[in-house]
Design a protein around this ligand. Sequence first.
Ligand code: ADP
Ligand code: MG
Length: 687
Amino acid sequence: MSTKIYQTLIDFFLFEKIFSIIDVVKYMDLQQLKGVGEKTIEHFYQANIYNLEELVSYYPYKYQILQPDTLEESDEKVSLTINATIIDPGKVSYIRKNFNSLRFKVESYGKIINVTIFNRAFLKTHFQIGKEITLIGKYNSKTNTFTANDIKLSKLEGTEIIPVYHLIKGLKNNTLHTLIKEALKEAGVAEYIPETYQEKYKLLPKHEALKKIHTPENTEDIKAAKKTLIYEELFIFMFKIQYLKLLKEKEIGIKKEFPMKAVEAFIATLPFMLTNDQKKGVLESLQDLSSPKKMNRLLLGDVGSGKTIVATVLLYANYLAGFQSAFLAPTEILATQHFLSIRELFKKTEIHIELLIGSMTKKEKQKIVEKVNKGDVDILIGTHAILSEKLVFPNLGLIVTDEQHRFGVSQREFLGVRNEVPDMLFMSATPIPRTYALTIYGDMDTTLIKEKPQGRKDIITKVVKESNLKEVLLKILEEIKQNHQVYVVAPMIEENEDTNLKDVYLLKEKFDLAYHSKIPIGVLHGKLKKNEKESVMQEFKTGRTKILISTTVVEVGVDVKNATVMVIFNAERFGLATLHQLRGRVGRNDLQSYCYLICNEEKERLKVLEESNDGFYISEKDFEFRGEGDLFGTRQSGDMTFKIANLKRDYNVLLAAKKDAQEFLETKNYEKDFKYQKIIKEIDFTN
Ligand code: ADP
Ligand code: MG
């Protein structure tokens, strides 16, 4: 990193007061390492390693265990490790650009063997007759040849265990290992696991665990080190969650009174009967509302399970109790849609409901903000952008946030929440298994909505290769002839709206060509102006356009009941959970719906979607395929990336850590301990 950037960074840190002076000093300690220059430091930064403690917490993800084999073992073993002595250093052939081979002769176990290795021309300079080396690769006893995929320039004495790290750009595994070993000598590491639990589970002291994880002498070392470090990671994780929970339990809410009869009467006006799970959700959240404790509830339900209605009933009760509500949605489209459908449901009431989104004109916004601040608006629906407006709700009693957006203490300020704490309802369609919900949402009460509204048919899903697109085009035509509608999600090249724009239009051209421009097609993407988006959505909703081609902006919550086909291009680029979400845009009434996952190469994991319509099952599978880091999409992955623990495998440890963290918090021993205070500082309170 150039000095200038470095200086800017320091300025930034100081200015933002995100890090204390001590942290800034710590940030420089990577430079203490021998052989670490600006370039390496920059690579470390890119890998989110900013100091020695973080460097020694960069654990290997696997180990290469080298043990000398004999040539006889070549029948059973795919890869053989043998000691050998060079008897002819051989020669390099340059086959084509970036492709060379090195062929040489060795003696091993009394045999003379011809060895080949590719793309290691540089090894040649280290070869002399009589040099002892270790060959790793495949031995063919018939031809007496050895194809090496790795060569060590020394003899293997006994068993050697080499930790293998996830690559950091610019650093060879070996170099990284050396630096970590060096760092182990210098780094000050804090002992986070309280002694009680260290003894209880027979865990290692931190420093020993680190030493064993990076330089194990045998597999026992690895096991013991892992046990300690996994527990530590989960303990810290649960400590944070339990700490948050503790904070939230201390919050005093508003005890709200509303006539239950009137709420029931409102429910009776809804165009359908609530499902049992919806009733449960309504009941539980109404109880929270009328309790003096602050409501902090998560409504977790698969796409299409009907969470919005539950929230709507709650909004009504809150209104009856005499309070204002804010309803936040992640996108403008969604906010607008919620606004329209909720306003419709409240048609026969006196409720004053308004929409506030970022793309409104300054004047429009100002007008609404004034009304809200005067207390004239009962329910304000908007995107998160409304948080930046000068809102001061005189009487805010409830905040509902839709689709995975959790927010907390710091953001409440924006809503002008002062003394009393409004109740909070979070809605998420990320159908994580209950067990994992406990970890991510461990600080909240959870209501699970599993039941789908009656009459819903499973969506028939098919993985289709792009070369077979014709089949899909015909099906689309068939559905449109029945007056149904179609969503098409354009290829996602990058997670960047700009670069994907062109593909939406390109796709439209293709569709126009295929249907001789006879089918009206709408195009939707994030870069459209608010009124453009609205009119595109409106045209689709009213059925004037039959096909809606869009980037993934439709991902969340859009509700067009007449849509029966969802086509997703580049499906292999999405996680199963996201695909399931997208698919949830269709099948929103009793019509049979279809989903086509278009991909260039068929992916085994996509078959899961052909087999199942159950979001919870799918998320389990996604979890198996991709690990927890990806489960929640890029937006949430930060919460859930573990260095060494694996929630699925280590679930029992997690439960133990949860109990221990709770117990530890009760002792209050953390209060005066700098290291735990540091952990508390790391908690993302906005989450
Ligand atoms: P999500 O949980 O994905 O946010 P929505 O709240 O958008 O789901 O509901 C999906 C659709 O199902 C909406 O069109 C809604 O009107 C409808 N719906 C909700 N509850 C019921 C029900 N009990 N019976 C029939 N339709 C329902
Ligand atoms: Mg929804």
